[in-house]
Design a protein around this ligand. Structure first.
Ligand SMILES: C[S@@+](CC[C@H](N)C(=O)[O-])C[C@H]1O[C@@H](n2cnc3c(N)ncnc32)[C@H](O)[C@@H]1O
Length: 522
């Protein structure tokens, strides 16, 4: 079988070369007659294999089959008994007739016909196509109107008069796909950026589930010139889920790309230039960077009763509480003389006042079995009615705490302007694994900042430095002033503060002059 497949592929390659040689370049341009190299056709079908569940039979369609490079690759990766049907269309008898002869002993039905005139039948679960690349100005006016109307009927795409024939192929083929079927299209990548591609992108995001777009590296000489600006676009004929993500890859091969990045459909819908991916990160949506671009800000833990749940080292010892169920927690800001909290080798803060938060997820009966002293402590809490307090009575179990992992930077958000420091808000660098109570806001790096922090270990210090240079006035322009000189900043207000100075610290992050939007490369 293996030998037979290799032999017929050799014959096909020779046939393709002979048929191409008999035509002029201009003739081949007119019908977009550029064959897919064997290696790429094979990569595409090998990749397609993983999308079709093992027990599912394949109904294969190639609307622009030529000599059948994809059908040949299909035979290599899908066993005969899984191929229930294979259908191909070819408009030009010059390729169509010898091709029919080549495949006459196989399951392929090759129709010599114009695909755009064919009555669709939505039964194909694997559609692979390298459609003719015929630019719009080579389409006759009557043809263009007919294509526009039929494409709209088939796919909902209202293509502009500037769309090339390949966009119409994509749209018309929609009506041939079975529900849940998969399509792989080898098409020019220009639809990703140009105006006429907007409708194609809307179709890919709304009508079907876009899975993956791979582009070839223009510097890669592996493929013929015609392919360097091509993309392989994969989608499934199912409506997309809300939190759907799309894989963008580039360079190398489809199976082993050099670069990759997943982008959420929501973010893609806001981006008009898809060719930015995978090299670039998503653009930030504001023209001015905000703290929310770099930090997710959360209020610290509301324990329900700080006296009961937050214990000094001595109290922990006195009640013989198990260290496994305790987490270090920072004392209130007035006990922090320094704005930097260093840690010992266990990650505990190097502070005089060392406090611990009672934070256990164990159920009461487990606690009773494992830690009788802790159980006794909780019982004492109940005697005092702590479990009936507003916060505790709304939690289950009543002594459990919100999840607030240690944050690298925490901020005091209530203060007076007339303190000795003269600053109501302090940003504290937390090098320990201590969490914080709700006298602080915890600042967690967003993925964008986290990536930058990973590559520059000193960056967090610089960011902290910059935060402490933000003037009180600037912070208060987002926050509020209460009577008696009290200042307060809510998490959302802090998130809104201008963070241009932080953006400037990150070398790969720059403002694109044209769009004035931030982009991160890497
Ligand atoms: C880019 S080639 C791809 C051929 C082959 N599938 C491959 O990948 O090697 C496009 C093929 O579509 C054919 N074609 C052009 N317009 C067509 C149409 N309206 N209906 C069917 N085939 C068409 C061309 O003759 C050409 O053979």
């Amino acid at each position: 079988m293996h030998k037979m497949i290799e032999d017929i592929e050799k014959k096909r390659i020779a046939l393709q070369a002979d048929l191409d040689a008999e035509k002029t370049q201009a003739e081949r341009n007119r019908l977009g007659q550029f064959a897919t190299p064997t290696a790429l056709a094979r990569d595409i079908l090998e990749y397609a294999f993983k999308f079709i569940p093992g027990n599912e039979k394949v109904k294969f369609l190639d609307p622009a089959i030529g000599t059948g490079s994809f059908y040949s690759a299909l035979l290599k990766f899908f066993p005969q008994n899984r191929i229930e049907e294979a259908l191909g269309f070819e408009i030009d008898p010059h390729y169509g007739e010898p091709s029919r002869l080549l495949w006459k002993d196989t399951s392929l039905t090759l129709k010599l016909a114009d695909f755009t005139h064919e009555e669709p039948s939505g039964r194909f679960n694997l559609l692979i196509c390298n459609p003719p690349y015929v630019r719009h100005h080579h389409l006759q006016n009557g043809t263009k109107f007919r294509l526009q109307s039929n494409t709209r009927k088939a796919s909902g795409m209202k293509l502009s008069g500037l769309a090339g024939l390949y966009c119409h192929f994509l749209g018309l083929a929609h009506a041939w796909m079975a529900d849940g079927g998969v399509a792989g299209w080898l098409i020019p990548s220009e639809f990703m950026d140009v105006n006429y591609g907007t409708e194609v992108k809307t179709y890919l995001l709304k009508r079907v589930t876009l899975l993956h777009i791979h582009r070839f590296d223009p510097d890669d000489v592996q493929f013929a010139d015609a392919l360097v600006s091509s993309a392989v676009v994969w989608f499934r004929n199912t409506p997309p889920s809300v939190d759907h993500k799309i894989l963008f890859t580039m360079g190398g091969t489809l199976l082993e790309p050099k670069m990759s990045r997943s982008i959420s459909a929501k973010e893609l819908a806001l981006e008009s230039k898809w060719s930015r991916f995978p090299a670039a990160d998503v653009r930030l949506k504001t023209t001015t960077p905000k703290l929310s671009d770099f930090f997710q800000i959360k209020r610290g833990i509301a324990t329900g009763d700080n006296k009961f749940f937050i214990l000094s080292e001595d109290a922990v010892k006195a009640h013989e509480l198990p260290t496994q169920e305790l987490h270090p927690i920072l004392p209130s800001p007035r006990y922090l003389l320094d704005d930097e909290v260093k840690a010992d080798q266990n990650g505990n803060p190097l502070l005089e006042r060392r406090l611990f938060l009672l934070d256990t997820h164990l159920r009461e009966n487990e606690i009773k079995d494992r830690y009788p002293t802790l159980w006794a402590y909780l019982e004492k809490g109940k005697e005092k009615g702590i479990h009936e307090g507003y916060i505790c009575s709304h939690r289950s179990p009543w002594y459990s705490q919100e999840n607030r992992p240690p944050a690298p930077i925490v901020c005091t958000y209530i203060g007076r302007g007339d303190t000795k420091r003269g600053r109501p808000f302090r940003f504290i660098l937390n090098e320990s694994r201590a969490t914080v109570a709700n006298v602080y806001l915890a600042m967690y790096p967003t993925p964008l900042l986290a990536r930058a922090l990973k590559s520059d270990k000193t960056l967090i210090h610089k960011v902290w430095g910059v935060l402490n240079t933000i003037s009180t006035e600037q912070l208060l322009s987002e926050g509020r002033v209460y009577g008696g000189g009290m200042f307060k900043l809510e998490p959302k207000e802090l998130a809104n503060v201008d963070a241009t100075a932080i953006a400037e610290l990150i070398p790969d992050l720059h403002v694109e002059s044209k769009t004035e939007q931030l982009t991160m490369f890497g």
